[in-house]
Write a protein that binds this ligand. Structure first.
Ligand code: NAD
Length: 255
């Protein structure tokens, strides 16, 4: 199995893409920490799904924007599974408002979770990986919006654009420790984060017209790419963004 003997943390793993990555990494042989915030029931059910299938998993509550909770997340991972090899910075959220009306508190909230979160988690994970002296993998779930603008979504685009340069910078800085850092940039993946579009047929039709492959992506498809980037097969990949978007970014502006 591609991740046999590895220990992975997936942040925001109680739903959507994070849940699919946690389940797929466990199936690939990794022991997985399912990070979550709020109600513990969905995270417990992810853990149960993994353990029922014969895998190893542990649910840990930690808000990725809180430095103490992030340190606890790393400590509980090492206490539970003895080491840390893979961090998937997946937790994220977005709020849509016209730019001139965007509430300052929501700007701060999006930046805190979508950009400060990956900074805190990557920093704490890298400290642990350096101490272990066996390299490591950091995979950030960014977005096509690390590159493409999206009206009414300024903080999200700013955070994901920031995540692109955070990734590029720390990829160079952590390379001497054989820790690789890469971004996965999904397009439209069918998860709760896009509930507004899924509930509006006209918006969904417009979105599909922007995707050359003409459909939503599946969380499991993102998980397959995350496993590759977290595996030994990707040892020479660092500092890159890997788009998984049905061709969306290539079509932008071409119609
Ligand atoms: P989702 O809403 O199902 O998942 C986001 C998860 O993050 C949730 O489980 C949520 O509880 C968790 N979370 C929120 N704040 C947190 C915090 N402070 N600490 C820890 N966890 C927190 O949506 P998703 O689509 O699965 O999103 C996962 C990632 O993929 C996000 O970073 C998102 O920006 C990115 N993404 C999604 C799409 C898409 O089309 N679905 C496209 C591009 C990028």
């Amino acid at each position: 199995m591609q991740l046999e003997g590895k220990v992975a943390i997936v942040t925001g793993a109680a739903s959507g893409i994070g849940k699919a990555i946690a389940i797929a990494m466990a199936a690939a042989g990794a022991s997985v920490v399912v990070d979550y915030v709020g109600d513990s029931t969905p995270a417990s059910s992810v853990v149960q799904q993994i353990t029922t299938a014969g895998g190893k998993a542990l649910a840990v509550q930690a808000d990725v924007s809180n430095p103490e909770q992030v340190n606890q997340l790393i400590q509980q991972t090492v206490a539970g599974f003895g080491q840390l090899d893979i961090l998937v910075n997946n937790a994220g959220l977005e709020y849509k408002h016209p730019f001139t009306e965007f509430p300052f508190e929501l700007w701060q909230k999006v930046l805190a979770v979508d950009l400060t979160g990956p900074f805190l988690c990557a920093q704490a994970a890298a400290r642990q990986m350096i101490q272990q002296q066996r390299g490591g993998r950091i995979v950030n779930i960014s977005s096509v919006h690390e590159d493409l603008p999206m009206v009414t979504n300024a903080p999200y685009c700013a955070a994901k654009g920031g995540l692109r340069m955070l990734m590029r910078t720390i990829a160079v800085e952590l390379a001497p420790h054989q820790i690789t850092v890469n971004n996965i940039a999904p397009g439209a993946i069918y998860t709760p984060i896009d509930a507004d579009v899924q509930a509006n047929a006209a918006m969904e039709k417009q979105l599909m017209a922007e995707i050359p492959l003409g459909r939503w992506g599946k969380p499991e498809e993102v998980a397959g790419l995350a496993i590759f980037l977290a595996s030994d097969a990707a040892a020479y990949c660092t500092g890159g963004t890997y788009f998984i978007d049905g061709g969306m970014i290539r079509q932008a502006g071409s119609l």
